[in-house]
Structure formats: structure tokens, C-alpha cells
Design a binder for this molecule. Structure first.
Ligand SMILES: Cc1cc2nc3c(=O)[nH]c(=O)nc-3n(C[C@H](O)[C@H](O)[C@H](O)COP(=O)(O)O)c2cc1C
Length: 313
């Protein structure tokens, strides 16, 4: 891939099949990621609930399914299933900073020296699951408490196709500005150890033009945008931020209505929580007088019928 590419970041309770379709209808990134899917849940008693996260109706989109958990056998089986469903590839989450996840030795906990043996086992198992030629990616941070490039060196020495680095440590959560400069030694490591591994930068990137500037400056292959899409659903367009900036309140409400209707069609039996849907009002209803009050009404709605009525009036 010669051109710089863009990816919609994995976001829990956000990047399900419904939101991915809405983003694609505004402006399409080159790749999408699912919200994180627990591989142990997928292969255990939580299978039914976990499986809703694997739903993939947007087959025109190139979507990478993200998994997390602990058991290598479950990673292998889940990766195999996800590829069978049609996902472009599988990503392993080595970045989630949440306390209960870390306490369990999962995600960013594997950055710590004592977690690395397990991390390698999980990568190897997922490689078996996606197959020799399948697409395997890893998403991580700069380090656990401090920046630690021995972690990236280790990851780049594995058989992975893509490495995404959220340029903050686990300790920093998302509380400090993204540290793009810290990416440069990782670019050097990649060029030396694994020139074929795609390198992606993530953190505070606003839109395609911003991504272009940062990726070119750093010499990485791609940029991942997460929260930027909350401020501008058209952020992957060449014309961002103008399109969203000029959009009328009516068109913004229409986009929310489209999202709500698609959610209703996709999850008719409460498979996904109604509260997660209402939160999207913040994305679409903003930037004009009265938006705040309208959003508050939406947040007060108790049922899908009530919400649809509000949007249709
Ligand atoms: C609501 C929300 C949910 C998230 N869920 C995940 C997740 O499931 N997996 C993951 O790797 N990162 C997750 N993240 C982190 C993002 O993928 C991304 O790394 C982070 O937000 C920094 O990028 P940004 O500044 O472009 O948002 C989440 C972030 C947010 C805001």
C-alpha cells in the first residue's frame, strides 16, 4: 500500500455495525474496526451476548474485528470464526487501560514485562486462527507507566501485518495530548526489523487532512481516528471539516433519525442497550441554537417509540 490510509478506531458501544454504516454513508475510511470483542466470552458461557458484537452487515466495508481476553485457544477459535464471518482481519487489543481489565492481566497489562510471554502466545494463536496469509494486527500504547520501546520491538519481531500505536502510555489514559514525537523511534524500529509491517498512528487526529500531515511527517502508513468522528461524522472526507460545518440542523437531525432507524431494524429485540443509542445525540445535534435543549429531550426519552416520535416532530 503506497498511499496513506485511514482507519476508524475501535470504540466500545460505538463502532457496531450500525454506526459503521452511518460513518460509511458520510465518508468512508479505508478500514473500520469493531468495538472490542471478548474472545473468552465468545467461546464460553457469554457466547450469545458477545456474539452481537460480531454482527457484520456492512460487508462493503473493510472491517477488522478486534479481540481481547486471556486464553490462546479462545483467540485462535475466535479469530477463525471472525474470518469465516467475512472480516478483513483480526486485531488484538493490547491497549485498553481500564482498571478491571488490567487487574485481570488483559489488554494493556500485557505491556508489562510479566505479561509479555502471554502476549506472544496470543499473537501466535491468533495467527493460527486467521491463517498464514490472513491479516493480523495489534493495537497498543507507548508503554505501561513509561514509554517502553522494547515492547514495540518485541511486537514488531512477531508475524503481524499491522501495528497501531495510540501515542500515550497506559498511565496517561487519554488525559494528556497525543505524543506524536514518541512515534519516531517506533518508525525506525519498524524500518529496521519489519519493513513490511504497516504502522499506524492514533491519538487526537481530527480528520483526513490532519491525518495526512501527521502520517507524512512521521513516515507511517496510516492514521486511526476515534473521537474525531464524534465531532465530525464526515471526518474521513477530503472536504472535512467544511461539509459538517455547513450542514443544516435539519440534515443533522435526519442523520440521527437514520441512525436510530437502522439501530431499530438491526436490534429489534433489545440486543443492544437503548441508552447506548441515545448517547449518539451528542454527535449529531450540536452547533446551533437550541441544540442543547433538544439533546436533553432526547436523553430523557425512555423508549424507542418515544425517541422516534421526538425526532419525527
Ligand atoms: C468511547 C470509546 C471507546 C473505546 N473503546 C475501545 C476499544 O474497544 N478498543 C480499543 O482498542 N480502543 C478503544 N478506545 C480507544 C480508541 O480506539 C483510541 O485509541 C483513543 O480514543 C485515542 O484516539 P482518538 O484520540 O482518535 O480518539 C475507545 C475510546 C473511546 C472514546
Amino acid at each position: 500500500m503506497n498511499q496513506v490510509f485511514n482507519i476508524l478506531a475501535p470504540m466500545d458501544d460505538v463502532t457496531d455495525t450500525v454506526f459503521r454504516q452511518i460513518v460509511a454513508s458520510c465518508s468512508t475510511p479505508d478500514f473500520f474496526m469493531t468495538e472490542f470483542i471478548n474472545a473468552d466470552g465468545m467461546q464460553g458461557v457469554g457466547r450469545k451476548a458477545t456474539y452481537t458484537r460480531t454482527r457484520y452487515d456492512d460487508k462493503d466495508n473493510k472491517v477488522i474485528a478486534q479481540i481481547w481476553g486471556k486464553d490462546p485457544e479462545n483467540f485462535e477459535k475466535s479469530a477463525r470464526e471472525l474470518i469465516k464471518i467475512g472480516y478483513y482481519g483480526v486485531d488484538i487489543n493490547f491497549g485498553c487501560p481500564e482498571k478491571n481489565v488490567v487487574r485481570n492481566g488483559c489488554c494493556s497489562a500485557m505491556i508489562k514485562p510479566e505479561g509479555r510471554e502471554k502476549a506472544i502466545e496470543l499473537i501466535k494463536a491468533t495467527r493460527r486462527g486467521v491463517g498464514k496469509k490472513g491479516f493480523l494486527s495489534v493495537k497498543t500504547r507507548l508503554g505501561f507507566n513509561e514509554i517502553d520501546y522494547s515492547w514495540h520491538e518485541l511486537l514488531l519481531s512477531q508475524d503481524i501485518n499491522m501495528l497501531t500505536v495510540h501515542v500515550r502510555t497506559r498511565k496517561e489514559m487519554s488525559k494528556v495530548p497525543a505524543n506524536y514525537e514518541a512515534m519516531r523511534p517506533i518508525v525506525e524500529l519498524r524500518n529496521k526489523i519489519a519493513p513490511k509491517t504497516l504502522l499506524v498512528v492514533n491519538g487526537d487526529i481530527q480528520n483526513r487532512a490532519h491525518a495526512e500531515t501527521i502520517t507524512k511527517d512521521l513516515g507511517v502508513d496510516g492514521a486511526m481516528i476515534g473521537r474525531g468522528v464524534f465531532h465530525d461524522p464526515y471526518c474521513f472526507s477530503d472536504e472535512a471539516p467544511e461539509i459538517w460545518g455547513k450542514m443544516s440542523p435539519e440534515d443533522k437531525v435526519n442523520l440521527l433519525r437514520k441512525h436510530v432507524n437502522l439501530f431499530n431494524e438491526t436490534w429489534p429485540n433489545g440486543e443492544r442497550k437503548f441508552n447506548t443509542l441515545k448517547k449518539f445525540a451528542k454527535v449529531y445535534i450540536n452547533g446551533y441554537p437550541g441544540a442543547k435543549e433538544y439533546r436533553e429531550h432526547i436523553m430523557e426519552s425512555k423508549s424507542m417509540d418515544e425517541l422516534l416520535q421526538l425526532l419525527n416532530n
